[in-house]
Ligand binder design. Structure first.
Ligand SMILES: C=CC1=C(C)c2cc3[nH]c(cc4nc(cc5[nH]c(cc1n2)c(C)c5CCC(=O)O)C(CCC(=O)O)=C4C)c(C)c3C=C
Ligand SMILES: [Fe+2]
Ligand SMILES: [Fe+2]
Length: 351
């Protein structure tokens, strides 16, 4: 359990606060069945795949879930945290929550003596959102801030967390005062942290990248056409980051990765861009994935291994992955500032 509880104060009379940090989710173990269980829950969510259920059920259960878990499990093997026997997404999300709790406990929220519990959860798999709520309820929380660790809003991520939050509370027949942190795609603290991570990441390399590619997870183009603001928010993050780094779109292109299925996804695609750059004679690139709060399969394996191979096969020499903000001091500053902002009013009221 990750918790932080300071001395009782005026705040505790008006309801202890809980913070629930939420990330996407990841398999509980390697192997066909654990990965299948995870993918089944993930890909059955209509926010993720909106194909009518009658059509999607046989495709998912009879085709995708018969082959993909094996292949994905092999990919997970390459990134697995063998010491803790879990995926890096879990290790780092837990650490983010623990560091947030420690920061609050050591007075990070200023002179205000708040009593705040911190827990973490996954939208798919374990620990579940409902288990996070149970833990917070047991600690006496009556006001809860949910922090989805997605800088850019997407129906498939942010909104899906909101769905699960509602379903979980309905199951518990409980309704604390509830807040959900807003997407932070243009938050100056986030943009600053990204810019610093690029400067530091590039300085650590033993080569100078000709191109700094900014790759976001894609979504189907049709979701954007239906009104999802994800694309615009990615573009805004990219623009603000380039402004800070003084980089042109040519030197710092925007791409979208991880496409899945036959639909058109947001373009340009990362893999095609990486191949094209290599064919045009670009030898050294660095790739940043600012849409991910934590390094995971999609960054370490898809970019760091798969796309690096594409780059080298097409004449490129060096592709370096700039790490996500993760639980670094920069990453924690972003999470802390989100929590501080979103608790406004709740904390002041009792301080
Ligand atoms: C099928 C459609 C998918 C949509 C839409 C989608 C959106 C989306 N996903 C993330 C973040 C992550 N996705 C991750 C893995 C992953 N994503 C999909 C599919 C869609 N994602 C699949 C099938 C997988 C599993 C991996 C595989 O089998 O190849 C992960 C990594 C999880 C991990 O365990 O490391 C993250 C993180 C975002 C931000 C997003 C929309 C904006
Ligand atoms: Fe995904
Ligand atoms: Fe992928």
């Amino acid at each position: 359990m990750t918790k932080s509880a300071a001395a009782p104060d005026a705040l505790s009379q008006s309801g202890k606060i809980g913070v629930l940090v939420v990330n996407l989710g990841t398999p509980d173990a390697l192997g066909y069945w654990p990965v299948r269980r995870y993918l089944k829950e993930f890909l059955w969510d209509p926010r993720v795949v909106d194909t009518p259920r009658l059509i999607w059920w046989p495709i998912l259960n009879l085709i995708i879930l018969s082959r993909r878990p094996q292949r994905s499990s092999k990919n997970y093997e390459t990134i697995w945290n063998t010491e803790l026997n879990e995926s890096p997404l879990k290790t780092v999300t837990r650490s983010q929550a623990e560091k947030l709790a420690a920061w609050i406990e050591s007075g990070g929220l200023g002179a205000r003596r708040a009593s705040i519990a911190v827990e973490w959860a996954m939208r798919y798999g374990q620990p579940s959102i409902i288990s996070g709520f149970h833990k917070l309820k047991e600690q006496g929380c009556e006001r809860i801030l949910v922090v989805p660790l997605y800088p850019q809003y997407a129906g498939a991520t942010t909104e899906s967390v909101a769905d699960k939050v509602e379903q979980s509370l309905a199951k518990m027949r409980w309704r604390p005062e509830l807040r959900s942190a807003a997407p932070y795609y243009k938050d100056p603290v986030y943009i600053d942290a990204l810019a610093t991570s690029v400067r530091e990441g590039v300085a650590r390399l033993d080569f100078t990248p000709e191109i700094i590619l900014v790759s976001f997870h894609g979504i189907p183009q049709s979701y954007v056409e239906a009104g999802d603001p994800y694309y615009d928010q990615c573009v805004e993050t990219w623009r603000l980051l380039r402004e800070q780094l003084d980089l042109t779109p040519e030197r710092c292109p925007l791409t979208f990765q991880s496409r899945f299925g036959p639909k058109q996804w947001l373009q340009p695609y990362t893999d095609e861009t990486v191949k094209a750059l290599a064919r045009q004679g670009v030898k050294r690139i660095a790739v940043l994935t600012p849409g991910f709060s934590v390094d995971c399969l999609e960054t370490i394996s898809e970019i760091g291994i798969e796309n690096r191979e594409f780059f080298e096969e097409n004449g490129g020499e060096e592709l370096a992955l700039i790490p996500c903000l993760n639980d670094s001091a920069l990453g924690m500053r972003v999470i802390q500032s989100i929590v501080e902002r979103e608790l406004f009013g709740w904390i002041e009221a009792g301080a």
